[in-house]
Design a protein around this ligand. Structure first.
Ligand code: CA
Length: 235
């Protein structure tokens, strides 16, 4: 069974930004979302390279552990971003988030992320946030200085503590322990506009394509302040 057949993705520039610096990719048993950092030239270049390089690396690498394969995929993305900067110094400051999910030969799903693009799992009626953001709001939340609801709207959510292209290349890696369910990868243009409960309701609606459409439409209706990207996979 091909995982790609039951996966869908959608990206939208939003209602405020001039350009879309998000990117996503769907491959056989591998899915990715990246969000190029605004405020620097080349965010859309960095996010596209990250998705394409990571997915290509996964397809070409076999015979090693999933953990080492995911590390190699992030390293490939970082190296390819650096090579592009070398070729075009105007892009020196470009960087991106990357969240990458893979299904291994045994059917287990592993998620790696660096930055603040997220993975969620809808298991039954429960929505689990799989990833932790690499940003200041998450640090304050972990330290007990903010509640989850305060962290959602805290300005520290815009201060990334890690990004591909800014010297960081080692993602946090987690294995999903729940069998099945529906996986969501998204940029912060989604979870910045919608509460987890709203995401939970929409993620479960219809096919993977319909869920992507419902989520993006809701984010636009809520303001669409940022580029918004979703990848939805039935596991
Ligand atoms: Ca964003």
């Amino acid at each position: 069974m091909s995982g790609a057949e039951r996966a869908a993705g959608r990206t939208h520039v939003g209602r405020v930004r001039d350009g879309n610096e998000d990117a996503y990719g769907l491959a056989r048993n591998a899915w990715a979302v990246a969000d190029g950092l605004g405020g620097h030239p080349g965010g859309e270049v960095a996010s596209r390279i990250a998705v394409d390089s990571a997915l290509r690396c996964l397809q070409e690498t076999s015979g090693t552990s999933v953990g080492s394969t995911l590390l190699a995929a992030f390293a490939a993305a970082a190296d390819d971003i650096a090579a592009r900067v070398e070729a075009d110094p105007r892009l020196t400051e470009m960087a991106t988030t990357l969240v990458l999910a893979v299904r291994d030969a045994a059917g287990a799903v592993h998620v790696a992320n660096l930055g603040d693009s997220r993975a969620y799992l809808l298991a039954g009626d429960d929505l689990l946030q799989v990833t932790r953001d690499d940003n200041v709001a998450e640090q304050l939340l972990a330290a007990g200085a903010l509640s989850a609801e305060q962290a959602r709207t805290h300005p520290g959510q815009f201060s990334l503590t890690k990004a591909l292209g800014h010297g960081d290349r080692e993602p946090a890696i987690r294995r999903l322990h729940e069998p099945g369910g529906r996986l969501l990868l998204c940029s912060d243009g989604l979870n910045g506009e919608l509460t987890d409960d709203h995401i939970r309701q929409l993620l479960g609606s219809g096919t993977t394509e319909q869920a992507c459409d419902a989520l993006v439409t809701a984010a636009l209706e809520a303001g669409g302040a940022d580029n918004v990207t979703t990848v939805v996979v039935d596991l």
